[in-house]
Design a protein around this ligand. Structure first.
Ligand code: URP
Ligand code: ZN
Ligand code: ZN
Length: 480
């Protein structure tokens, strides 16, 4: 199976140059001008277009059992929708219930993901602690290609990790050369504010952002960062939505700490007025955590991305339809938290990033693909267009336009948070494992074609960390 992408401009995170790209058996085998390739290859004409690494969405939740229901998008439909938008890999989350063995949950999610049509990998959440969690973290890193562990600092009485769990898990991650990640919100504060608001009669979706103020995010981000700093491990903060959290990340990075930040396409574009929409269903459709914020936060997040203090973009794709959102009709704290976007992230980032002069095409590649590949240790296999890399590629037409709508999207959800947004810059072709899976409106995703991607642990980071930790090692004072 061979494919020639002809006449385009290759864009990587470092470079932009005219070249053909030739792929065989799922790999890129040649990149160069006017390539002379064996006959029989399928040819994609990329004239006037960019040829970039396929998007990597490092934060999705396909068919997640959550808040009494199950996310509507499954691994097949979700990865297919992703490819319709130029994303060729997702990193989803295994989320064990408290007291459930991590390995048992991991096997369950691996089973669900068998039907994925694009490549995928898993972060594994640590939602409780005992010796078996310690053991299973080791098994996951050593034998199953997991190099990141997620901690929800919110969702009290469900999956929230307290400081003791964070301490134990961050310390174990350090031993294993894996990176801890956090959903940073002070879960106790959120819980108390939810109760207070409901008691005051604020039961509608407008209560959602009031119960999750930006300060709750800033506090948790700072707590996780400082724990990681003392323990001596790097940290990745997912879905940074607030100035307060961004400032903590920026400060820690300025102090020399390896702290990474992810921002969602939704948090860059949507403000909190959605929660005051007169139509309950529309307001509820936007309930996700952390919530959409007041306008000044979006401006700050864009600057965070431009300055490099935020390195990745994601969607937190976690879809619930109107009948599921209705579970919280009388109590906003029962509205299943989550919104979609896996299909739209690339177009939104290109249109509002490159199209508005906030990002160069290379910076676009960095924040939509290469940086996630680097942070989660699958670069340059993923996130680059180079000989030896996986042939996960998007051919990007910078002139193509569309209006985003739930009526036309491929996502399995009845609402689109970007509804009505006009975007310029779209994939003309998405190539997964060297095969064209999306061509100008024709989605050819194949159920089960996606491969699980092993992510090895981080030898270089941790070698540096160990040296630094060794230098800072306390010594006992000898007396007498
Ligand atoms: O509201 C959200 N984000 N739902 C998915 C779970 C999470 O917090 O990431
Ligand atoms: Zn989260
Ligand atoms: Zn999430």
């Amino acid at each position: 199976m061979s494919l020639l992408i002809k006449g385009g401009t290759v864009v990587t995170a470092d470079d932009e140059f005219r070249a053909d790209v030739y792929c065989e058996n799922g790999k890129i085998v040649a990149v160069g001008e006017n390539l002379d390739v064996p006959g029989g290859a399928e040819v994609v004409d990329a004239g006037g277009q960019y040829v970039m690494p396929g998007g990597i969405d490092p934060h999705t939740h396909m068919q997640l059992p959550f808040m009494g229901t199950v996310a509507s998008e499954d691994f097949y439909s979700g990865t297919a929708a992703a490819m319709a938008g130029g994303t060729t890999m997702i990193i989803d989350f295994v989320i064990p219930s408290p007291q459930q063995r991590l390995m048992e949950a991991y096997e369950t999610w691996r089973g669900w993901a068998q039907k994925a049509s694009a490549d995928y990998s898993f972060h594994v959440a640590v939602t409780w602690w005992d010796e078996t969690v310690h053991e299973d973290m080791g098994t996951l890193v050593r034998d199953h290609g997991v190099n990141s562990f997620k901690h929800f600092m919110a969702y009290k009485n469900a999956i929230m990790a307290d400081d003791e769990i964070l301490y134990n898990s961050f310390s174990r991650a350090l031993e294993l050369g894996a990176i801890p990640t956090v959903h940073a919100e002070n879960g106790e504060l959120v819980f108390q504010l939810q109760k207070k608001l409901i008691a005051e009669g604020i039961t509608g979706p407008e209560g959602h952002p009031l119960s999750r103020p930006p300060e709750a995010e800033g506090e948790a981000a700072n707590r996780a960062i400082r724990l990681a700093q003392v323990i001596g491990t790097p940290l990745y903060v997912v879905h940074v939505s607030a100035i307060q959290a961004l400032e903590e990340i920026t400060r820690a990075r300025g102090e020399g700490y390896r702290v990474f930040g992810e921002v969602l396409a939704g948090h860059l574009m949507i403000d909190d007025s959605v929660y005051r929409h007169e139509d309950w269903d529309v307001a509820a459709a936007h309930v996700m955590s952390p919530p959409f914020r007041a306008k000044e936060h979006q401006a700050a997040l864009w600057k965070g991305l431009q300055s490099g203090n935020l390195q990745t973009t994601a969607t937190d794709h976690c879809c619930f339809c109107a009948d599921q959102k209705a579970m919280g009709r009388d109590d906003f704290s029962k509205i299943p938290n989550g919104t979609g976007g896996v299909e739209d992230r690339m177009a939104v980032l290109w249109s509002q990033g490159v199209g508005k002069g906030r990002l160069t095409p290379s910076e676009f590649v960095a924040v939509t693909s290469a940086n996630a590949a680097k942070i989660f240790n699958i670069y340059p296999r993923k996130g680059s267009v180079a000989v030896g890399a996986d042939a996960d590629i998007v051919v990007w037409d910078p002139a193509a336009t569309k209006t985003i709508s739930a009526k036309t999207h491929h996502q399995k959800v009845d609402y689109n948070i970007f509804e009505g947004m006009e975007v310029t810059g779209l994939p003309s072709h998405t190539i997964s494992q060297g095969k064209v899976t999306y061509k100008e409106g024709d989605l050819r995703a194949v159920e089960g074609a996606g491969n699980y991607v092993n992510r090895p642990n981080f030898a270089p980071y941790y070698a540096a960390m160990e040296k630094r930790n060794e230098l800072n090692k306390p010594t006992a004072v000898k007396r007498g």
